[in-house]
Each structure stands twice: as structure tokens, then as C-alpha cells.
Design a protein around this ligand. Structure first.
Ligand SMILES: [Zn+2]
Ligand SMILES: [Zn+2]
Length: 381
């Protein structure tokens, strides 16, 4: 903000500091009045600009796209590599470490991109092609009602299959997924398994974790061949990043996510939402992107819900935006809570709404805590 203030101050000050009135005190008075006017204008500008910047800073960038959901084979592999006996270290474990590092390094593939601006307008129109304006309005209203009434609970896939608690958000930070069973196991249960000496096996299904890319990919492909929607989504992610020995192929990733979405994968819908809204590897089609986020949000996907709030906010539909963010804040999504706070400060949401979101968020976060998860955080698992 200092630059805006400096710019705003300097220009008018130069333009108003040359009094044209004769008299010993008049120029001084005019100068003082001009300075006062400039100060008031700069203060006002500063307030306005600060408000809009606060909102922008709290909005997520598409980098969330790959931070979420899963850190595929991350912790277990890293732990195995760190604790491997000397004789087990070799080209395999070196390769594994580099894969881990690669995953960490590419966590933000869109560092320069800003907010995804996806207009909600026209979203309901495709379903009503050829229909009247009235029926379009009714369809849009029905969709809004369905959206707001559904997806208040996170999907079962967001629960750790060992302790049954919902995984903290973002899930990629607080859980790991193994290729064997594709279950997301929370860091607390991973740490407990390690304490029992289970370092090189999946803590859920106990399958030995392969050290090389090829057997991992084979495990995923085996599930893909059986039509497992989550395996198809995961294979799409590996094509998107070009890892596990695959050549990066975004169109193939989109193809796989489309198939997985049709089979009901919430995560595939989420990915497709980003792809179509940003035009990343596919022709930009924002209504289609929004449609995918709606499908995921209706099934309880928190980040898709949050993004729908962003789209409504961008479109000036503050009422809908706050409703979406209230739902995702109450599911424990901090960015949604922050945005409601900004709206409250800007006079776009009431204090009661902000208080409700804050309490709901705290409850959700509290429910996701457990002693072993707190231990895992302390130990950096
Ligand atoms: Zn757990
Ligand atoms: Zn497993």
C-alpha cells in the first residue's frame, strides 16, 4: 500500500502547490487547504484499495489444485528412504528421493496466476437450451436450492480408513495415499504405524510399498483396468505432472478425469473445474468448469464449494458467495472463513454471519484433531 499512497499524494500536491492569489497569507492558506484535500483523498483511496487487496490476498490461486487431496506415496516413501539400512540404499532409493523432491518442488504450477474468475452466469442455460427465459430462471433457481441444500458433509473418502476421523485440510498436507489401496491415511495413523515398526508397508492394507515407479504405475493401472474411478483420477494426475515415468500429457489427463467424473469421482470433477475455468490444456469453458465444481460441491467437496463462492463473489452475488463460504467454513476450510471475515469488514456480511462461520469452523477443526495427529504435527510427519 505505500506505493499507492505515495503516488496519490505526489501528483495532486504538485498540481496544487502553485497559488495564483495575491496577498501575503492567501497563498499559504490555499496551500494548506490543498494539502488537506490531498491528505483526505489519499486516506480515502488507501481505505478503498486496502479493502479490495485484502479480498484478493485471501483468495486461493489454482496452486491449490495440486496441493490438495493427496501426497501420493509421499510420507511412507520418504520415511522408508530416510530410515533405510545402508545396504538398502541404492539407485532405487535415490530415484525415490528425487521423485519426492520433484513432488514438493512442483507444488505450485501456476505461481504467477491470480484468482480463477469463473462467471456463474449461463451455468444453468445448457440444460435448458431451447427453453423459455422463465424455465431457464426456474432451472437456475432449482440448481441454487439444490446446491445450498446439499453437500454439507464431507465425502466418506475424506475420512481416514484407520481412525475414521475426517482428515484435516488441506488433505494433501495431513494424509498420504498409497498406490496399493488408494486410501488416504492420516498422518496420525501413519505415525502410529511407524511406531509399531511398519515403515515399508501401507498402514492400511499392509502391502509392501514398491520402491520404483514401474511397479507403482502397474498397481494403479491394474485398478484402472477394473474401472476404479479413483485410480483413473490418479492416473490422470500422473499424466498431468508427467511422473512415474509417464510423459506429461495434459489432454490425456483431461480425458481420464472426464471418464472418472462420469464414474462419480469427486476429485476428477474438481480437477476438470480448474481445467475448464483456466483453459489449461483445453478450450476455456467457464460454465462447464463451474458445472464440474457444482457436481463436486453437491457431494461435499470443500474446495469446489469454496471456488463456487469465489465465482459468485466475482459476479457480485454476495448473498450466494457467503452461503457457499458458510458451508465450506463449517466444514473446516479456513480460506472460506477468512473471506467471510473480509465480507464482514466490508459491510457485505453481518456480524452474526461471521460469528456463525467462526464457531462452525472451530467446531469442525476441533473434531478433526486427535492426540496422535497432534503428535504427528510435532514430529513433522
Ligand atoms: Zn487416521
Ligand atoms: Zn494400501
Amino acid at each position: 500500500m505505500p506505493s499507492a499512497k505515495q503516488t496519490g499524494c505526489a501528483r495532486p500536491a504538485r498540481g496544487t502547490s502553485m497559488p495564483l492569489v495575491n496577498g501575503s497569507h492567501a497563498p499559504v492558506r490555499l496551500f494548506c487547504l490543498a494539502v488537506l484535500a490531498v491528505v483526505v483523498e489519499v486516506w480515502s483511496l488507501g481505505e478503498r484499495t486496502a479493502g479490495s487487496e485484502i479480498v484478493g490476498k485471501t483468495w486461493p490461486t489454482p496452486s491449490d489444485f495440486d496441493l490438495r487431496k493427496r501426497d501420493f506415496l509421499g510420507a511412507a516413501q520418504r520415511f522408508a528412504a530416510q530410515n533405510a539400512r545402508p545396504e538398502r540404499k541404492g539407485p532405487g532409493s535415490e530415484a525415490k528421493r528425487s521423485v519426492s523432491g520433484g513432488r514438493q518442488a512442483r507444488q505450485n504450477p501456476y505461481p504467477d496466476r491470480q484468482v480463477v474468475f469463473c462467471s456463474m452466469s449461463g451455468v444453468a442455460a445448457p440444460a435448458q437450451a431451447g427453453g423459455s427465459v422463465e424455465s431457464d430462471d426456474t432451472a437456475a433457481r432449482d440448481l441454487q436450492q439444490r446446491l445450498m441444500a446439499s453437500g454439507h458433509e464431507r465425502p466418506e473418502g475424506d475420512r481416514c480408513p484407520i481412525c475414521f476421523d475426517l482428515i484435516e485440510l488441506p488433505m494433501a498436507k495431513h494424509s498420504k495415499t498409497n498406490a496399493c489401496c488408494l486410501k488416504k491415511v492420516c498422518n496420525g495413523c501413519i505415525m502410529a504405524a511407524r511406531r509399531r515398526g511398519m515403515n515399508d508397508r501401507c498402514p492400511f492394507c499392509r502391502t509392501p510399498i514398491p520402491e520404483d515407479d514401474a511397479p507403482m504405475l502397474a498397481m494403479i493401472r491394474k485398478r484402472v483396468d477394473k474401472g476404479d474411478a479413483e485410480a483413473i483420477t490418479l492416473l490422470g494426475e500422473h499424466y498431468y505432472y508427467g511422473d512415474l515415468g509417464l510423459t506429461k500429457d495434459v489432454p490425456r489427463a483431461i480425458e481420464l478425469w472426464t471418464e472418472a467424473a462420469e464414474l462419480g469421482s469427486i476429485y476428477a470433477h474438481y480437477h476438470l473445474g480448474h481445467m475448464y475455468c483456466t483453459g489449461n490444456g483445453v478450450e476455456e469453458d467457464k460454465p462447464r468448469g463451474i458445472h464440474h465444481w457444482q457436481q463436486a460441491a453437491i457431494k461435499g467437496d470443500v474446495e469446489s464449494r469454496h471456488n463456487l463462492g469465489l465465482a459468485e463473489y466475482e459476479n457480485g452475488n454476495y448473498g450466494h458467495a457467503v452461503q457457499h463460504w458458510m458451508i465450506s467454513a463449517k466444514m473446516g476450510y479456513e480460506q472460506s472463513l477468512n473471506n467471510i471475515k473480509v465480507m464482514f469488514k466490508e459491510g457485505q456480511a453481518t456480524k452474526a454471519i461471521y460469528a456463525g462461520a467462526l464457531l462452525g469452523y472451530r467446531d469442525a477443526v476441533e473434531e478433526m484433531k486427535s492426540p496422535q495427529r497432534e503428535d504427528a504435527k510435532r514430529l513433522g510427519v
